[in-house]
Write a protein that binds this ligand. Structure first.
Ligand SMILES: Nc1ncnc2c1ncn2[C@@H]1O[C@H](COP(=O)(O)OP(=O)(O)OP(=O)(O)O)[C@@H](O)[C@H]1O
Length: 690
């Protein structure tokens, strides 16, 4: 498709520095100069592959220590790591707190200790005036020494040679912002970064922290939690050879869970650590009275017993597996010491809240540490996390008869909280009616017809989001024949939603990742976490039903700092009452962009922002729960006329044209016979685009 634009798109494979937020002035700061010198090699492998994973080239010199099997790997690592552990405490890499502070600031990282010991707060109150204020400000902000290159981690934290090699083999050399901040928090002993003047015995005893992380979409949160997890497990497995599940990762969708397993397995290669995605029917524990032979039988049957170090699951499946074990009087997951909530705000949203909390509360290990990750996290989620941590600690203390240590709870925020990625071009397009939206989408599908200065065309592959499953199915049928047969025809366009079977979902995902599908129509099912590296854009065919949904949907493009992604939001008359939060997000993303002209970001006119009505709290909640009323099934019953206006035909445009041609011919002959005119029908009852 010729477009006349010379431009870089995410799918063309170029990536900018993953350090998304390095402030402009950091170029001249010591911190930045040091960072650049610290880079061992450019991120050369990253992005060469149109859709696939990062490089799999193996690093030189590793053969000598490459183990032939898992156990050997552990042994080798142990020997090497004994030597390395001596280095861990050396200060070769140590930098002053001022330098740490300036690097963290230049990358817009804000780290706060949320639960410093109360006793110290009271002590400090004895001080007066200025001193009290400055102490208060100091003691909540933390400045751990950032990790500026993955190669430092072996010396600094004693990570195993195999894990270090796996990170390098995947082509990762320079940590992204979130990794820069989260890795020292999760790999270092807390007493090294907690403000010494507010530490007490309890915080000194805690070897790990609980963490809340808010960082932009596509900024590399997965790596930031998997590396420390693999390190913690491999250290524990050196002391204990049996395989007990010691970590669980929860994600809201099967697709995201699968992706985390893939990423985790690449990094865990040859470490002996096993990662499993929990599927329906899997059992967490074998019945206590089962002999070894019987146990083997259970394992070989469909009802597999999961023997894995890390379990990755959606909340529903894991919660039922735990419940099943509890009903049989079996203790499941009692050795779990780490729980990770990926897309934590969704997992603690009413949709999944009960299941997530049931899992969290069923984990009985007194040293359980929890980390929550998302690009958006409201204060209610933070509150819920804190109260769950406290309630669980009190309960376990009471059950065990001795006080459980309160771990330090730290919050890491990268950039501006809850904002949409600024390195993609956000367009808000008024389409007036449903018919207009369809025409708008067709114009995006056929970029040759793009005229005027509406910006560069949206090149496939791209994602199209609708409000409901029915609308996704209908839009798919409508567009089915839009891609010419010589370009692949109907195989290039697909629909993915939660009513499809697991096999169908897997197949669509695989074909989209391979680049065989160009246009994928979906619901919010795919809005969270899924990493499609080469996606050039996102079309909100139906407006998202919350600000967070906008942030996550558009975050499927422009990942890892890639430029050239486009996010188009089509809106009609029905959407105007709900549009202001989205317009605000777009305007902020525009302001955040260091070079809006280069990125082509258009922003939103200030008069439009002023003109759009504000949303009441109740309206926001209703929108989140039900979406735009006329597009939801309940709305259809309430207001038939509005529902008809927003209906998408379930026939393809091509089939309808053919049918209308036939109808026209029949009508024509009848007209000729009867010499009368046929009724043209109700124009407002939109039945699809001709
Ligand atoms: N240090 C790094 N250098 C280069 N690329 C990286 C680095 N870390 C992560 N990536 C790549 O960035 C992409 C996005 O990472 P990831 O999926 O972890 O993002 P995320 O922050 O979890 O996003 P979301 O909020 O949408 O879930 C992935 O393709 C990953 O391989």
């Amino acid at each position: 498709m010729s477009n006349g634009y010379a431009r870089t798109t995410p799918s063309s494979g170029q990536t900018s520095q993953p350090q998304l937020f390095a402030a402009e002035n950091a170029q001249t700061s010591t911190a930045s100069r040091k960072r650049k010198r610290g880079q061992d090699k450019p991120d050369e492998d990253f992005g060469l592959d149109f859709f696939g994973g990062a490089s799999t080239k193996s690093s030189k010199g590793l053969k000598a220590i490459e183990p032939s099997n898992e156990e050997a790997s552990d042994d080798n690592d142990e020997e090497l790591d004994d030597d390395k552990s001596k280095l861990v405490t050396t200060s070769a890499n140590d930098m002053g707190s001022d330098e740490s502070k300036s690097i963290l600031k230049s990358h817009r990282l804000k780290i706060t200790w949320l639960n410093p010991p109360v006793a110290h707060k009271k002590d400090r109150k004895k001080d007066r005036g200025k001193k009290l204020k400055s102490v208060k400000a100091e003691k909540h902000s933390l400045y751990p020494q950032p990790v500026q290159s993955f190669s430092q981690m072996r010396d600094r934290f004693g990570i195993s040679s195999r894990l270090a090699a796996n990170i390098e083999d995947q082509g990762y050399s320079t940590p992204t912002e979130v990794q820069l901040g989260a890795l020292p928090l999760l790999l270092d002993a807390p007493d090294r970064f907690l403000s010494p003047d507010v530490q007490n015995e309890a915080t000194k005893l805690s070897s790990r922290i609980d963490l809340l992380t808010v960082a932009p979409t596509g900024s590399g949160k997965t790596l930031a939690f998997i590396i420390p997890l693999l390190h913690t497990i491999s250290q524990a497995r050196r002391k204990r050879k049996d395989r007990n599940t010691s970590a669980i990762i929860l994600a809201p969708t099967k697709e995201l869970a699968g992706q985390i397993v893939n990423e985790g397995r690449k990094l865990a290669r040859d470490t002996g650590i096993k990662i499993t995605q929990v599927r329906k029917g899997m059992k967490l524990v074998a019945p206590a009275n089962a002999s070894d032979d019987e146990d083997e039988e259970v394992r070989e049957s469909n009802e597999t017993v999961v023997k894995s170090d890390i379990l990755v699951s959606t909340p529903g499946i894991l919660a039922s597996a735990i419940q099943e074990a509890t009903e049989q009087g079996l203790a499941a997951l009692s050795a779990v010491e780490s729980m990770i909530l990926d897309e934590a705000d969704v997992l603690l949203d009413p949709l999944f809240r009960d299941q997530t909390l049931a899992i969290w509360n069923s984990l009985s290990h007194e040293d359980l540490r929890v980390s929550l990750w998302s690009a958006t996290m409201g204060s209610n989620i933070e509150e819920l996390a804190r109260s769950t941590l406290n309630a669980r600690r009190t309960r376990i203390s009471a059950e065990g008869g001795q006080a459980v240590i309160e771990a330090p709870l730290v919050r890491l925020v990268v950039g501006l909280k809850d904002s949409a990625v600024s390195n993609v071009q956000h367009r808000l397009v008024y389409a007036a009616t449903e018919n207009g939206k369809l025409m708008g989408l067709r114009q995006l599908l056929h970029p040759a017809s793009t005229s005027g200065d509406s910006g560069p065309p949206l090149l496939p592959p791209f994602l199209v989001f609708t409000q409901t499953i029915q609308r996704a199915i209908a839009l798919h049928s409508e567009l089915l024949y839009d891609i010419p047969a010589e370009a692949g025809g109907i195989s290039r366009i697909a629909v993915l939603h939660s009513d499809l079977s697991d096999t169908a979902r897997d197949s669509v995902m695989t074909r989209f990742l391979k680049g065989e599908i160009w246009v994928l129509i979906t619901t919010d099912l795919l809005s969270r976490g899924v990493d499609f590296r080469g996606v050039n854009g996102v079309v909100n065919y139906d407006i998202p039903t919350s600000s967070a949904a906008y942030v996550h949907r558009v975050g499927r493009t422009g990942r890892a700092g890639r430029e050239g992604g486009i996010a188009v939001t089509l809106y009609s008359k029905e959407d105007i009452p709900y549009l202001k939060p989205i317009a605000n997000l777009i305007s902020t993303a525009h302001k955040m962009n260091d070079d809006p002209a280069a990125a082509g970001t258009q922003g939103v006119e200030s008069w439009l922002l002023d003109a759009l009505p504000s949303l009441s709290k109740k309206a926001k909640q209703d929108l989140k729960r039900r979406g735009v009323e006329s597009r939801s099934s309940s709305g259809k019953q309430k207001d038939l006329k509005a529902a008809r206006r927003t209906r998408i035909s379930t026939k393809s445009g091509f089939l309808r044209k053919e049918e209308q041609k036939k109808k026209g011919a029949v009508r024509g002959s009848r007209n000729r016979k009867e010499a009368s005119f046929a009724d043209e029908g109700d124009e407002t009852d939109f039945g699809g685009f001709d």
